[in-house]
Design a protein around this ligand. Structure first.
Ligand code: SF4
Ligand code: SF4
Length: 393
């Protein structure tokens, strides 16, 4: 077999894994509930869109049997990087499937075929304003205008807000600091935080990533921070799992999702709750918190601590959860499809008669709320910090 190996191509790092895929199709279904697992395959109904097809595109490229084209770009970017395939696939390469897709994307960008047109704007905006939303960097902390944020130069705990909660889902940032204030946590928020890099890493636009990481780490160190907490699943995955691939300067810094941080208070019985009536809540596992980071029980521990809250599970939960559809650049690149994926999730939550659908990520909130509006659903969405802040004293 003649392989076209090039040092500069990201997929060449995964040649061994690519040849492990037998096209058995196990990655297409969650067999415990016999429901589909791959939003891309379900939508486009063609083998190439499933994980196996994307892996075979990689194989075709390294064997020189196919050439890069816009059609190939459109297929490899049609994936919210939900990682459901990494759970369902039983072959040796299963944990690397999303890495292979992200490597294909990095190669598409370096060869001038990617990313998708709407995703290109992320990089331009991050370069100019340090966020992907074309918002002014000077407005980054506007969400805190009427809130009591500790004014200090140093603290051991930093709340890393992230771009989506700073500019698009400000309620998550506001409720997080209200919770921290109620708990008497000694923390700091910085107006000079930059994008964590997630939208760029997920769409293969890697040029600025090292610069973002170095800036954020220098900032964290200059503030004397030992623990970084975040209420965004995307930031969490990036800080905790992507940063170590780029730098060895993370020694002594702990990254926690807000639900992990809050669970410590719950286990010490330090949260004081208002009296509440019974209500039924279901929890949507964000892909970047659940499958990517293995955080399933902490959010459930927070919810189960709330008096009157009855936690009911959707058939596809924890590692089998259906994606919200917003990740991996899909919300920007395939807007309507993103809401279709979320609409499936809303239907699943409705079928178990949940009154409130909750999650732990501003991206999930945006897309699930869009789907609620699109489908005229009566279900109410609240992020876990919004829900918790309402019931604690
Ligand atoms: S990715 Fe895994 S489960 Fe899917 S076809 Fe290949 S070997 Fe089978
Ligand atoms: S990450 Fe999700 S959408 Fe992408 S190929 Fe795997 S299962 Fe399909």
């Amino acid at each position: 077999m003649g392989l076209r190996m090039s040092e500069t191509e990201a997929i060449n790092k995964y040649v061994e894994e690519i040849y492990c895929c037998t096209r058995c199709g196990t990655c297409k279904y969650i067999y415990q509930v016999y429901d589909p697992s791959c939003p891309a395959g379900v939508k486009f109904r063609f083998e190439t869109f499933y994980p196996s097809g994307k892996i075979h595109i990689a194989r075709g490229l390294i064997e020189g049997k196919i050439e890069w084209s816009e059609r190939i770009r459109d297929i490899i970017f049609a994936c919210p990087t939900c990682a459901n395939c990494t759970i369902q696939c039983q072959s040796r390469h299963h944990a690397q499937i999303v890495e292979i897709i992200e490597a294909l994307r990095a190669d598409a960008v370096s060869k001038g075929f990617g990313p998708l047109p709407n995703q290109k704007a992320f990089a331009d905006s991050v370069k100019k304003e340090h966020n992907p939303y074309k918002e002014k960097h000077s407005d980054r902390i506007k969400w805190a205008k009427n809130l009591a944020i500790p004014q200090k130069d140093k603290a051991e705990i930093l709340y890393f807000v992230g771009c989506t909660s700073s500019y698009r889902q400000q309620s998550l940032a506001q409720k997080t600091v209200e919770i921290l204030n109620k708990l008497g946590v000694d923390y700091i928020v910085s107006s000079d935080e930059w994008c964590c890099g997630s939208p760029l890493i997920r769409t293969g636009q890697l040029e600025q990533v090292s610069q973002l990481i170095n800036h954020n780490l220098d900032l964290i160190k200059s503030l004397g921070v030992k623990t970084v907490i975040t209420s965004c699943a995307g930031c969490y995955r990036t800080l905790k799992m992507d940063y170590p691939k780029y730098t060895d300067k993370l020694d002594g810094i702990e990254f926690l999702h807000i639900t992990e941080f809050l669970q410590q208070f719950i286990s010490k019985k330090k949260l004081k709750f208002k009296k509440g009536k019974e209500f039924k809540v279901t929890y949507h596992d964000p892909c970047h918190l659940g499958r990517h980071s293995n955080i399933y029980e902490e959010p459930r521990a927070v919810l189960n601590a709330i008096p009157g809250l009855k936690l009911i599970e959707m058939p596809r939960n924890r590692e089998n959860a259906w994606c919200c559809g917003a990740g991996g650049g899909v919300k920007a690149g395939y807007k309507e499809w993103a809401v279709e994926i979320a609409s499936d999730r809303i239907h699943e939550a409705e079928q178990i008669n949940a009154e409130i659908l909750t999650s732990a990520c501003p991206f999930c909130k945006t897309n699930l709320q869009d789907a609620i509006n699109e489908t005229n659903s009566n279900i109410k969405f609240m992020d876990i910090v919004e829900l918790l802040n309402e019931v604690i004293i």
